[in-house]
Every structure is written in C-alpha cells, then in structure tokens.
Write a protein that binds this ligand. Sequence first.
Ligand SMILES: Cc1cc2nc3c(=O)[nH]c(=O)nc-3n(C[C@H](O)[C@H](O)[C@H](O)COP(=O)(O)OP(=O)(O)OC[C@H]3O[C@@H](n4cnc5c(N)ncnc54)[C@H](O)[C@@H]3O)c2cc1C
Length: 378
Amino acid sequence: MTLTETAEERTFRRELRTWLEANIPERLRGSEAFEDRREVDRILAREGYIGYTWPTEYGGRGADPVHAMILDEELGRLNVPQSRSPSRFGVSLVGPALIRHGTPEQKARFLPRILAVEDIWCQGFSEPNAGSDLANVQTTAEDRGDHLVLNGGKIWTTQAQYADWIFVLARTDPTAPRHKNLSYLLVPMRQEGIEVRPLVQLTRESEFNQVFFRDVRVPKENVLGGLGNGWAVAMTTLASERSYGQTSRYRVYQEQLRRLAALVARTPDPGLKAAWTAELGQLYADVEGIGDLGYKVVSIAQAGEDVGFLPSVTKLWWSETHQRLAELGYRVASVVGDRADQDYWTLLFLQTRAETIYAGTSQIQRNIIAERILGLPR
Ligand SMILES: Cc1cc2nc3c(=O)[nH]c(=O)nc-3n(C[C@H](O)[C@H](O)[C@H](O)COP(=O)(O)OP(=O)(O)OC[C@H]3O[C@@H](n4cnc5c(N)ncnc54)[C@H](O)[C@@H]3O)c2cc1C
C-alpha cells in the first residue's frame, strides 16, 4: 500500500481545492436544503465532477480511484460530501448498473441526463417486509406483453418527493424461486398511479417517503438487465452503494471532532474535562483508523485488485464511530454549549441514528465480516 501522493496528484488536489473554493458559494456549504445540494451538483457537473469515475465512453472522466478519492475528500472539506449529493442515486447506484447491464439505447437515454443533473433518481428497493432480506420484495410487475403493470409499495425511499425517476425491484414471476423472480425496472416518478407520502423523521425532516404504485404501466424497454435478472442487477447497485464516499466522511468527522474538542476545552469542571478528553482520544483514534482504512481500500482498488468485503468493515466502523461522536457532542453541548451548539449536536445526534441502518445494518455487516472475511460458520 502506498499512501504518498505523487507530484501530479498533489497538483491536482491543490488546483481542485482552489477551484472548489472559488466556485462553491459559502451559502451552499453544509446546507441540508435539497435545492442547495442540487445547485452544488450542477456547479460540479459543469466541470465534469459528476460521474467523475465513469468511463469516458459514457461521458465520465474515467478517473482512477486515487483521483476520485481526492475529489471526494476535497468535497468533504467544504462540507458538500458526495454522500449528500442528490445525484448519488444516479451516479453511484443506478449508473453503474446501467453501464454494466444496460442496452445501448438505455445507456444513451439515461446516462447523459444523470451527468448533466437533469434527472434525479431514487432507490425503490426496501419494503416493510423486505429490507435486510431484500429478496422478499412483494411489489409485483405483471407481464402484459409489451409492458408490465406495477402494483405495491416501497418504503424509506430517500428523496422520492424530488426525484424524476425511481429504480424499482419487483417480482415478475411468482412461480420462479427466490432471486430468480425479480426484475429491475426504470420508472418515471411523475405519472398516474404513483403516490409519494413523505415520512416525518425524529429530526422533523422528511428525507424519505413511502411510494405507492397502482396499476403503473412500465414499457418493457425500461427493464434493466432482462426479465427475471433483477437480483444480479441489484447486486451491482448494492456493491457500488457500499464503496463510495468513504474518504469525504473521514474529512467531515475530523472537522466535527475539532469542533467538539473546542467545546470540551471550554469545560470548567476538571473531572468532566478529563473524562470527555479520554473519549475524544478514543474517537480520534477511530476517525484516523477510518481514514487509513479508506486509503487502504483506495490503494487496493488503484492496484486493480479486488477490495473484497473490506467496505463492510468501513461501513460498520464509520457508522458506529459517528454515532459515538455525535452522542458525545450532544452530552458535552448540553453542559457547556450555547444554544447554537446544542441545536447542532442534537440534530447530528438524531441524524446519526439512521446511519447504522441504511446501506446495510450493523448486524448485516457483522454477519458479512464473520462469514466472508473471518470464515466463521453461518
Ligand atoms: C435514512 C434511511 C434512508 C434509506 N433510504 C432508502 C432508499 O432510498 N431506498 C431503499 O430502498 N431503502 C432505503 N432505506 C432502507 C434501508 O435499506 C433498510 O432500512 C435496511 O436495509 C434495513 O431494513 P429494514 O429497515 O427492513 O430492517 P430489517 O431488515 O427488518 O431489520 C430489523 C433488525 O433486524 C436485524 N436483522 C435483520 N436480518 C438479520 C440477520 N440476518 N442477522 C442479524 N440481524 C438481522 C437488523 O440488523 C435490524 O436491527 C433507508 C433507510 C434509512 C434508515
């Protein structure tokens, strides 16, 4: 593993940082508002930084893992991480599936619009009884010759209220065995028969939604990867979901840790200060470890080797560490913080609750690590 940047990579980082500082207005940095985040994407798209790793034949810049990591980190530094980009469902989830499994017509139709931030996508996988056990989806798409008819519902669908398109995993053959009865459909959101109901979270935000389908007509040309092949296509999507945006998280957590350390330093009580400092030290070690593991994954990928199940270790580590960081911030702010500190840390504390659930729960990651990395029996 080499962790030292080459002269060319250092130059790229410096120039990119200058460009981002000059082009991402202050008011957009760290903003949670959907329109602000989309504006950031549009600014990045003009310079080719959306879909930066996509092959050039599909309009991307064909960036290698190290350049992609530098972009990711520098976006994290300005608090506009890729993990908050509205284009991430297009760029990092359905995009790789289209590139791998799409027909030439599907690629030509969908990929350029993702890169130009003209289409925003959302992910219609989870249902009330199909989350970790994704193969249990009950939404059906009945074959009617030249089209399918979609019925059922999805839940936890992030940004469905803003999305133009949804990629849906649905059952197309009730008689086929599990994993062979699913299809992956590309469905426009704004049409008769689709209803979106935002769900209010404990942060009072409505990041995700329930989506209902009633007799929605889906032309066969919108099936990705062929009828009954949805599981394989979904696996391409899930593999990319776990492997992007890790190094920007590291930069964001470093910044949050610095903010927390400044708060701890204001504590007049020496006993509390000592206890919190010990927790800060442990968090610092974890955050640096997450950064190092991120670099390790990047350097394996850069060497053209398989990263295997390491992204599961990263996912488990960042999500649980971030929860502890936010929880310490919440406790410290409630004792020594002013109103702004308390609001900031309370919101972060509540937001991080979801991080050990989405993109594969902690229990599922532990199962993967136990079985696939450590070789323990099922
Ligand atoms: C903020 C947020 C955004 C999301 N966005 C989307 C989205 O845009 N699109 C989408 O499709 N989905 C989305 N999801 C859904 C997410 O993928 C699921 O919540 C996740 O896969 C878990 O599924 P579940 O909620 O059905 O829980 P379940 O799978 O029912 O799990 C319940 C509990 O049982 C545990 N468990 C389940 N199976 C096992 C097992 N085999 N071994 C050990 N423990 C197990 C789990 O770890 C968990 O603690 C989002 C979720 C959140 C929180």
